[in-house]
Design a protein around this ligand. Structure first.
Ligand SMILES: Cc1cc2nc3c(=O)[nH]c(=O)nc-3n(C[C@H](O)[C@H](O)[C@H](O)COP(=O)(O)OP(=O)(O)OC[C@H]3O[C@@H](n4cnc5c(N)ncnc54)[C@H](O)[C@@H]3O)c2cc1C
Length: 422
């Protein structure tokens, strides 16, 4: 990064250049606004917490948005399609299968390493006109000033102030910007920890994603490149601490017992990482001159693999609301109100769906266990339930943002100046 002036001005300051903040910056590129992304950990650093070792299940809606951002063409070779989802419960009679072909889709979603998606987003930002990345640089305070919001930034070469018309809180579940805006957040822990890793099963995964519910917690096995699978194993915190300390062979053995033999013997364990799980829900997706998105707005349990998909729709929607604002100030209350209103149904439904799933499958209560078994059988027999489930892929908003419909952010006729070739 070149040396920067102590005071910088821009239209939009995005705090947090992780999965969602970087996606928003890429989405805004055609609008020719002055955008500054302030990110605490450089995108290429091994410790980058958003572009880490996790694998993310991307919905078809997310694939479309990433296509619009120019990122999908760069990562699609490394993305593994999910052709089928198999849902079962250990020791119970029910199981259900959702099949892409039955739903008339090429794939139900795609699995991609965060690190690969993050690198592609970072390259996109490097090429975007009008965009400046401050990293590593940390926002330490935010204050509303006349016609602007002022962010105090701590960078390696000193303290800065960034003045923006609009600040976007994309700084994760513990969002400082959300707190500085005085927007409260409900937060409760699930008292569970997700262990993520990869392994090689004896049999080819066949592009099937497995979700298996066990008394100790759900296990997801996602198909990834080179015949490997990405694992998300959710356990009580003490059991997770123990599982992390196990010798790899013993860990694989215990996972095998919990998951079963559908993929043959599980071998070749990769590195293990732990994520404590909580639900965070901001009271609102806006404050004065502040828009809140991604995990800063809602941090979800990964049981349904929807956190990033939802955050990406936040980003696509805000970009469209900004594109459509006419001559209005980007931080105008009417612009923010439209963003909040547009996101509310999708957000509310998905938080309730994810939290409901955790509670339903986490309960040892006998009638609920029976209902789960019956539910999976009925679900397997019901085309309507399956197609409702596969609609998760697009979200619950009454109207999808243009990027999620594979349309450019700005309709060609409404575009004032065509973007130069890149
Ligand atoms: C185990 C697990 C599996 C998951 N699987 C899926 C899945 O399959 N599909 C899916 O859709 N979602 C999944 N998710 C959810 C998904 O990972 C998150 O929703 C997504 O990472 C949120 O991105 P974000 O950019 O909003 O926040 P974050 O990833 O938290 O990024 C926030 C960024 O802000 C930066 N930052 C923080 N504070 C400051 C500051 N003060 N100044 C400057 N920068 C700052 C951080 O360095 C970071 O880069 C999973 C989550 C977990 C834990």
């Amino acid at each position: 990064m070149s040396s920067i002036a102590p005071e910088l001005s821009c239209d939009i300051a995005i705090v947090g250049g992780g999965m969602v903040g970087a996606s928003l910056a890429a989405a805004l590129a055609p609008l020719r606004l002055e955008v500054i992304v302030i990110e605490a950990v450089a995108p290429s650093a091994a410790a980058q917490p958003s572009f880490d070792a996790r694998t993310t299940a991307l919905s078809n809606g997310s694939r479309r948005i990433l296509t619009g951002l120019g990122v999908w063409s760069e990562v699609k070779r490394e993305a593994t399609p999910i052709k089928r989802i198999h849902i079962s419960e250990r020791g119970r009679f029910g199981s259900a299968v959702i099949d892409a072909a039955e739903q008339g889709q090429e794939a139900l979603g795609y699995v991609l390493e965060n690190r690969i998606l993050g690198a592609a987003l970072a390259r996109e930002l490097g090429a975007a006109p009008g965009l400046r990345l401050l990293a590593p640089a940390t926002v330490t305070a935010a204050a509303v000033a006349p016609d602007a919001i002022e962010l105090s930034v701590r960078a390696a070469d000193g303290a800065r102030t960034v003045r923006a018309r609009l600040a976007v809180a994309a700084d994760g579940a513990g969002s400082l910007v959300r707190r500085e805006a005085g927007v409260g957040a409900e937060e409760w822990t699930y008292d569970q920890t997700a262990i993520i890793t990869t392994l090689a099963p004896e049999r080819f995964h066949g592009h099937v994603a497995y979700e298996r519910f066990t008394p100790a917690g759900p296990i997801a096995l996602l198909p990834v490149a080179a015949g490997r699978v990405g694992v998300v194993w959710t356990l009580a915190p003490a059991a997770a601490t123990r599982a992390l300390s196990l010798d790899p062979a013993v860990f694989l053995d215990e996972l095998q017992q919990a998951f079963g033999w559908r993929l043959g013997r599980l071998t070749s364990l990769g590195a293990r990482h732990a994520y404590p799980l909580a639900l965070t829900r901001a009271e609102s997706q806006s404050g004065e001159r502040i828009a809140i998105m991604g995990n800063a707005a809602q941090g979800l349990h990964p049981i349904a693999g929807q956190g990033f998909n939802l955050g990406l729709r936040d980003a696509a929607t805000l970009a469209e609301v900004i594109a459509e604002r006419g001559g209005a100030d980007v931080g105008d209350p009417a612009v923010l109100a439209r963003y909040v209103e547009w996101r509310s149904a999708d957000r509310r439904s998905l938080i309730a769906f994810t939290d409901g799933l955790v509670r339903l499958f986490g309960s040892p209560f006998a009638p609920l266990r029976l209902a789960r078994g019956l539910g999976l059988v009925l679900f397997d027999l019901s085309p309507a339930a399956k197609s409702a489930m596969s609609r998760l892929s697009l979200g619950f908003a009454s109207r999808l943002p243009r990027l999620a419909r594979e349309l450019p952010l700005v309709a060609p006729a409404a575009s004032h100046a065509p973007a130069p070739p890149r």
